[in-house]
Design a protein around this ligand. Structure first.
Ligand code: FNR
Length: 185
């Protein structure tokens, strides 16, 4: 049975390395997991004053896309040793209104991506902190820190590294096992 997974990409940049990795993972994951990128770029900044019977349409659409998925994969770069602000905003938007978080209980996994050497370790681990509060059981092993990402993709953003493809396949298989073992609430 195919499991539907929402993919949240932390970068808003058109040619983002993180999006290229997410798209490579979509191919690798099929057919066991169906990965669908849920866009975060159009979400108004979270402001409780905008919560009402009719919150911003982009918030409602995002919340329902997350709510209907069985799990969430985060693929993110690192900004200033943490997660990009747009990703934090998406977490906040999905978490409200109070008591109706779209994230609650969804199994999750994190892939952090950097053109640098450290594989966005800081972003990877900062992201784990809100996911605890959001009650999302996060895959622990393997960890995925994709460093020197610019060397792994061609000019069109296609993954060219067989070693990385093999690693991402292992990661996806473990994530699928994790989703099945954890279930959703
Ligand atoms: C960065 N970058 C970056 N890289 C990193 O490894 N650690 C960091 O702390 C930061 N900080 C940072 C802050 C800001 C504001 C920007 C714009 C960039 C570089 C970053 O990894 C690089 O721009 C990536 O290409 C961003 O990922 P995408 O957009 O290609 O997915």
């Amino acid at each position: 049975m195919t499991i539907h997974v929402a993919v949240v990409v932390g970068s808003l940049r058109k040619g983002a390395f993180s999006r290229s990795i997410a798209l490579a993972m979509k191919e690798i994951a099929a057919p066991r997991l169906e990965l669908t990128i849920v866009e975060i770029g159009g979400l108004p900044l979270y402001n409780p004053d905008l919560e009402s019977e009719t919150p911003p349409e982009a918030w409602s659409r995002f919340r329902s896309e997350i709510a209907k998925s069985s799990a969430v994969l985060f693929v993110t770069p690192e900004y200033n040793r943490s997660i990009p602000g747009g990703l934090k905003n998406a977490l906040d938007v999905g978490s409200r209104p109070y008591g109706k978080s779209a994230w609650s209980g969804k199994p999750a996994a994190i892939v952090s991506v950097s053109p640098g050497m450290l594989g966005a370790f800081g972003a990877n681990h900062h992201l784990r902190q809100p996911l605890v509060f959001l009650d999302m059981p996060v895959l622990q092993q393997p960890e995925a820190y994709i460093s020197k990402v610019g060397d792994l993709l061609d000019a069109e953003g296609k993954l060219t590294s067989d070693g990385t493809r093999d690693f991402l396949k292992t990661f996806i298989d473990k994530f699928a096992d994790w989703i099945e073992a954890t279930g959703t609430r």
